[in-house]
Design a protein. Sequence first.
Length: 114
Amino acid sequence: MILGILMCKSVKIAVLESQVERLLEKQKELTERVRANERVVAIVSAIGIGAGGVGGTLLLGQQPADAMSEYGASYYIQKIREYKSERERNSIEEMLNTAEMEYKHGRDGSTEQE
């Protein structure tokens, strides 16, 4: 009877060992599949980024960075300053109206000088 119990336990251990081996093989297979999928995702992402860059350049009509490198940083800084100046600049009508109001009412809003 004891021999039967020992054999029964050894059979269970053997079955469990084979199941563990199968699970380890399945884990290895799944890991390889995940790695393959990661490579595909990386390739597709790289293609998408490249296509987006080319498409954006073509659609927006901008020059690629290599073509724009012939200008120095000071050129672009000056362009930004000019753009901001044009945006913030008052029209001639606004400047004349402001000057007229200051002349009539004084700079600080008072009508009399002390």
